[in-house]
Design a binder for this molecule. Sequence first.
Ligand SMILES: NC(=O)c1ccc[n+]([C@@H]2O[C@H](COP(=O)([O-])OP(=O)(O)OC[C@H]3O[C@@H](n4cnc5c(N)ncnc54)[C@H](OP(=O)(O)O)[C@@H]3O)[C@@H](O)[C@H]2O)c1
Length: 242
Amino acid sequence: MQNVKAALVTGGSRGIGAAIVERLARDGAAVAFTYSSSRETALALAARIEAAGGRALAIQADSADEAQLRAAVNRAAGEFGSLDILVNSAGVLEMGPVDSFPIERLDRSLAVNVRGAFIAIQEALRHMKAGGRIVTIGSMARERVGFPQSSVYAMTKGAVAAMVRGVAIDLGPRGITVNNVQPGPTQTGMVPEGYVDALVGMSPVGRLGRPEEIAGMVAYLVSPEAGYVTGASFTIDGGMIA
Ligand SMILES: NC(=O)c1ccc[n+]([C@@H]2O[C@H](COP(=O)([O-])OP(=O)(O)OC[C@H]3O[C@@H](n4cnc5c(N)ncnc54)[C@H](OP(=O)(O)O)[C@@H]3O)[C@@H](O)[C@H]2O)c1
């Protein structure tokens, strides 16, 4: 496939990941994306993109499962013949007080949000050439936790931001950029219903973010003009940490 960028978005079936999938497809990329359980939603998204003349591939792969994740990266690269863009969006939000937080949920959060992002990058590098682009979806919570019961989630997003800086230094000489996009509260299934009014009340712009607004930043970071942008974290939060 000449001149068509090949992309993989982890956790692309819903929410922010789905908006990124749609945006990259609209910008002309062939886009593979993973999901863990929402098969119907994932297949419907892929079908919508294909019906609009794009190329999309939905792959079931649990980011906590190393073998599944590596296989998904290789399948995407195999189907498209290359891999130019990796976006790590798969993530889970586990909340709870520190004194009773179940260690299995801590392990799961680290496995999906941190270990999964690292493994996907590692596997993608087997296919990515100079000009490659890697973006992780972190969180505003890395800059300002702001809520009780968020220590584990904030820990994972802090780790992602630090990893991005380290990986960016390693990959600079190879011409591959690595950046981190940190959304504030964004309208997806991840924001618990009962929190919306409080979050809107805390927001200088008086609303939640839209997944498309996060996707717009990702679209810039994976574009050719962002070649000098690497190792950076960008917070998109309507001014909540201002
Ligand atoms: N929404 C916010 O306010 C907000 C704020 C800051 C950061 N973020 C970050 O943005 C990213 C996307 O969040 P979202 O709000 O779009 O969440 P979401 O609406 O809950 O969607 C999560 C997506 O990740 C996938 N996923 C979850 N666990 C997975 C796993 N183990 N393996 C593979 N895929 C998995 C889901 O797949 P299934 O459909 O199969 O479940 C779904 O596509 C996350 O990293 C999150 O931490 C979100």
